[in-house]
Design a protein around this ligand. Structure first.
Ligand code: NAP
Length: 309
């Protein structure tokens, strides 16, 4: 019997419990799934940062911690975590991010706002340029950034992306390194931030880098709030250097009611909804990782603790 502890928001148990048990049965794993196994008996922890476990010390027999979230910034530096940590890579998480990013890119590309709210009944028959004339830059070419880049390229957008290590992706012009970032920013009418939050990426989008964007560029951030220097972004919005910012993630969530982003006429706030782990598909990812671990195979989606993602 494999003892698996579910440590996420208690409210998620009702949907995750059945989905996980079904996935374990499908994978022919003999699992006892619970929210309260005695720590020393636990073989695997299914983990969300907002669940009850934050000290991994008592889980002396735990073979791996299997995250339900894509972002690991709140757990990767936990000194009590000595077990391997896998993060969530899930088709549902990926597809919802692609849909959110494509929707917000198309909103700005087509200038939809002018027609959705038009109290003065202005008849302005100016058509949008074609997608191939619109340059999109994606910061982060991982699971989500690459999927979004591919989807936007399939819509004919002129897509570039930036990553830590050099990459070659058909249909996406790939940049890396500091010089690559500057070059990519300079050619991006819209940028989409899909980087993890690490020591290296915090405040990455600062005043200097915002100034490198073409004037009036759009910033779309479904990555993490601390990727952006908020003061610098507000200044760039006020000055017109940034035409609009669509922000899904913030340093403090929920975004405090007094935060200037709420009132800014050129900011759209969405409440961290770009993408979420889906119980049915993510349960299969968890089951596959337990199957692998039990069979002595390498875990999928292992976090590089030194890189922080
Ligand atoms: P991932 O597969 O780990 O990809 C991360 C990408 O960022 C990689 O391309 C990586 O480069 C690049 N990167 C990391 N550090 C960098 C640096 N210092 N300089 C340049 N590039 C760097 O992550 P993912 O699954 O795509 O997820 C990305 C982020 O999306 C998550 O970390 C999370 O914060 C966020 N997210 C948000 C939501 C939401 O609802 N808003 C939902 C899910 C995820 P390499 O390819 O060279 O490693």
């Amino acid at each position: 019997m494999i003892n698996v502890l579910f440590s996420a928001l208690p409210a998620r148990w009702d949907v995750y419990g059945p989905a996980l048990n079904e996935a374990f049965t499908e994978a022919e794993l003999n699992v006892a799934l619970s929210t309260d196994h005695p720590p020393e008996t636990v073989d695997y922890i299914i983990f969300a940062p907002n669940g009850p476990v934050s000290d991994f010390t008592p889980y002396t027999g735990c073979k791996a911690v299997l995250g339900l979230w894509a972002g690991v910034e709140t757990v990767v530096g936990n000194p009590t975590l000595t077990q391997p940590l896998a993060r969530m890579v899930d088709v549902g998480l990926r597809d919802s991010m692609v849909e959110w990013v494509a929707g917000h890119v198309l909103r700005h590309h087509l200038g939809m706002d002018a027609h959705i709210v038009n109290p003065d009944r202005i008849w302005n028959p100016q058509a949008a340029p074609l997608a191939r004339e619109r340059r999109i830059g994606i910061l982060g070419l991982g699971e989500l950034g690459t999927a979004c880049g591919n989807a936007l390229a399939a819509l004919n957008f002129d897509v570039a992306g930036w990553s830590r290590r050099p990459k070659t992706i058909a249909g996406i012009e790939c940049f890396d390194g500091n010089a690559g970032l500057d070059a990519m920013l300079g050619r991006s009418d819209m940028i989409v931030l899909l980087l993890p939050q690490t020591a290296e990426t915090e405040n990455l989008l600062n005043a200097d880098r915002l100034a490198r964007l073409p004037r009036g560029a759009v910033v779309i951030n479904p990555g993490r709030g601390p990727l952006i220097d908020d003061e610098a972004l507000l200044a760039a919005l006020d000055d017109g250097q940034v035409g609009h910012a669509t922000l899904d993630v913030f340093r403090i969530e929920p975004l405090p009611p007094e935060h200037p982003y709420w009132d800014h006429p050129r900011v759209t706030v969405t409440p961290h909804i770009a993408s979420t782990t889906r119980p049915d598909t993510s349960a299969r990812v968890i089951a596959e990782n337990i199957r692998r671990s039990e069979a002595g195979e390498a875990l999928l989606h292992l976090v590089d603790r030194r890189a922080g993602y």
